[in-house]
Design a protein around this ligand. Sequence first.
Ligand code: GLC
Ligand code: MG
Length: 567
Amino acid sequence: MKSYVFFFVIFSYAIINSQASSLRLFRERRADDPNETQKEFWKRGILMDIYPRSFYDSDGDGIGDIKGITEKSDYFVDLGVEMIWLNPVLKSPMKDFGYDISDFRAIDPIFGTMEDYENMLKEMHSKNIKVIFDFVPNHTSDQHEWFIKSVQNDPKYKDYYVWKDPKGYNSTGAPIPPNNWVSIFRFSAWEWSEERKQFYLHKFLIEQPDLNYRNPEVVKEMNDVIRFWLDKGVDGFRVDAIQNLVEDVSFADEPAAANSGITDPTLEGYYNHIYTLNQPETIVVVRGWHEILESYKDRFMTLEIYDEDVKVIMKFYGNETNPVSDFPFNFFFINKLSGRSDVTGTRLKSIVDLWLDNMPKGKWPNWVLGNHDRNRVSSRFGTDLIDALNMLVLLLPGTGVSYYGEEIGMVDAVISFEDTQDPAGINLGPDHYTETSRDPERTPMQWDDTENAGFSTASKTWIPVNENYRTLNVKAQNEASQSHIKVYKDLAKLRLKKTFQFGTIEFAVATDEVLAFVRSYEGSPTYLVVINTSAEDTTVDVQNGDVKLPDSATVVIRSSTGYQRGN
Ligand code: GLC
Ligand code: MG
């Protein structure tokens, strides 16, 4: 195996009094209590996305479950992860693996029972781990009682979904969809109901009909779902697919996007989604949810939202008097870096600036590297960059968000079309499935080098375990003198220091090869973070930048190869 000479280091040194006016403060006044950390838990901790099917299988059926997550609670304590977000575990026909919900108040038997869920909450809370619930408001399963009754034109439910008459009928008598809107999973977003003689909208699978948020009854129903889970004791919500919540009333055709490079009009990327994405009415609904949260103590809400325009995303923060969410996820490290060659010091800096320069006053940033919908960080950017990128998202001012397995640098698995489970891949067919299938990043957690990576005792797991588990696993990395997981744990501890919780950020150097930034907080040690984004050994003069730095400092954390700690 080729080994890169690669490093990143974090130096600490005594306070230098830096007075630059461009300094961004992440707290209005100094924290006088030396033990004080952020008041809100979601500012303090790391948020980890846990894919329940693949975390730990407690009953040997080859699929991860809630009890499995409970059994691994000490793992989070050991890692220093204080918040876990579980992808949906509610009752579902599993067409989109739980994102097609048929009952918002019941746990799917694949994952366990309501009692298992309550025990999990209790166990996590006893260990100071917060549990964030995946709230999927845009659509239900076509097996949900509401939809079944809506199809039947039941007076209470008939407007629960987005129904439309056909535009007309073609020469063979087949109904023509109301407009050209397409599903994110490809092809028309309209499906004909022979029973109701109308089309219904589905921005995702045919089996995921979109709810109609212009109907106040739907808003009320979903508010009740939120209250149900808050009363259960969940600490907050990750709200799914918020950009798709409401559609424009004109139901007009969407124009083709300029310069998309996509020529196939059955694909989502072909269009400019001016009538279906991030409509102003969406904000009103989301604000309503946050208002409910405000009537409970210590709860949190983040949004899954995509838009190319940072200004649109920022609206979903709201403002100090009318918060819309605690933060919309910041996906720019995902969207603006398409591969290894994009990862340069200058690019990373510009992405950090993009968020910080546009964020409304008094709001809190967040940094996301990956999730259950994206290829593994190591596969996107290179296995040698994983420590550096974990360092970046965990030490920038704000909440760091990780996807399970990134702490050991898991990589995508190669999964054949025959083994493909994800409908997003299956819909594209054997020639194109790898472009969108999310299976490669959803493989079972690699705990150790025993059968199925210690994930399950089943003879077959729901999706194959990545073959590299014999060497790449939690146990091996915990036993090694240096490893990704050890770096991750050190970072988790370091980010609790006041400098990282409250301190300012200044960039010392940003070049093609290097990003160096300084975190400081009066009365606390100052830290210099240096990231080499190239695959080569690099020499950089960090004193040559805008920030005044001392002549020497001590290495406190380093990547799993390179500099020695304490040097
Ligand atoms: C979100 C989820 C994704 C799911 C989709 C439809 O984007 O993250 O996994 O397929 O919504 O619910
Ligand atoms: Mg199981």
